[in-house]
Design a protein around this ligand. Structure first.
Ligand code: MG
Ligand code: ZN
Length: 368
């Protein structure tokens, strides 16, 4: 018995070693072309819950009054989130993989392993005449939104990131980050530059109707307030506004919406913060799903860049009728994250795949 146990322990330690030596292997895409029977969408809405693993999603089941919008999706996949530099990705590499298809190093904003800029989905579609929009509850310079319109070698270069906005071609921006436009170390006023490039600049409140021109809505100096501190319906309402505007484009549109602060609740190991952010994101899904249902030509993709907090909805070990949310890290974790899709093309997102496939499938679906 003792021998068996020590053998078991040796095997176990071997398994631990091999696990810690695992390297990141990015496989070829599982498909190289869209099967003929798959209907292509005209529009795609990509909703990213930063740091949103399955436990985070599950809070919608336990803490929402009524049925979560997550349950309205019929196709569910799992995404493998490792970056090219690390088993556990950060949000910069985690967004760059969606915006450019490149698995890159942690900290990279739409550049590859050699810091060479890669064209983003937003830039490519904008060139083809489609409408584009970016919404976040962080600043617009934060890693996730930045990766869709800027190219810098490090995520902390907020002022450099901002300088990409005037020439980005993005038709609709909404989020925080005002101070990086007009309280800069270089003294420049990039709001003036935005206006010179034809943007309407809005800094007081979310308008009721979209602008006739391109618009940038900046409602906080840095990140938007937390839900628990009164952000209200900014995210669902900005999404509604963007959809009203972008859907006027006859060629179609691409809209990225980020629930940025689900991740911040995880980093803070603050379950209430996380849950309120998740419920706000779920409400936003409702807006997107209602639009898509009526529109009929829109694919909705909901996923995460990674999980944050090693979050669990555990029992205390005694009372199985009580959930005691807990965290195992104040950083990110390496678990796979869910991918929910609905609409034309959704079937492509079934199964288990690398995070970079989300980009390649979106681009293939936009190819006419
Ligand atoms: Mg983010
Ligand atoms: Zn994070």
């Amino acid at each position: 018995m003792k021998i068996k146990l020590s053998l078991f322990l040796i095997l176990l330690s071997f398994a631990t070693i091999t696990t810690s030596c695992v390297s990141v292997q990015v496989k070829e895409n599982t498909i190289s072309a869209i099967p003929a029977e798959v209907k292509k969408p005209k529009n795609i809405i990509l909703l990213i819950g930063d740091g949103m693993g399955l436990s985070q999603v599950s809070t919608a089941i336990y803490y929402k009054d009524g049925k979560p919008n997550f349950e309205r999706f019929h196709t569910i996949g799992l995404s493998k989130t490792s970056s090219a530099s690390d088993l556990i990705t950060d949000s910069a590499a985690g967004a760059t993989v969606f915006s450019t298809g490149a698995k890159t190093y942690n900290g990279a904003i739409a550049v590859d392993m050699d810091t060479i800029p890669r064209p983003t989905i937003v830039e490519q579609l904008s060139k083809r005449g489609l409408a584009t929009g970016i919404i976040a509850t962080s600043s617009l310079q934060h890693a996730t939104p930045a990766s869709f319109y800027a190219h810098v070698k490090s995520r902390s270069m907020y002022e450099d990131i901002t300088a990409f906005a005037p020439n980005s071609g993005v038709n609709f921006f909404a989020g925080g980050g005002l101070k990086f436009f007009n309280k800069r170390k270089d003294g420049k006023d990039l709001l003036m530059e935005m206006k010179a490039k034809g943007y309407e600049v809005i800094t007081d409140q979310l308008p009721k109707i979209p602008s006739e021109s391109n618009e940038i809505i900046l409602l906080a100096q840095d990140g938007m307030p937390k839900m628990t501190e009164g952000r209200g319906d900014f995210l669902p309402n900005a999404t509604k506004l963007a959809l009203e505007k972008l859907s006027k484009n006859e060629k179609g549109f691409f809209l990225m919406v980020e629930g940025s602060q689900i991740d911040w609740g995880g980093h803070n190991n603050d379950s209430e913060y996380l849950i309120q952010e998740l419920l706000d994101f779920d409400k936003t899904l409702g807006v997107a799903l209602d639009f898509a249902k009526q529109n009929g030509e829109t694919l909705i993709i909901v996923t995460a860049d990674h999980e944050t907090g090693g979050y669990t909805l555990a029992s205390d070990g005694k009372d199985y009728n009580k959930i005691k949310p807990s965290f195992s890290t104040n950083g990110h974790s390496g678990t796979m994250v869910p991918v929910f899709t609905e609409g034309p093309g959704a079937s492509l997102f079934n199964g288990i795949f690398e995070s970079n496939e989300i980009y390649s499938k979106m681009m293939m679906l936009f190819d006419k």
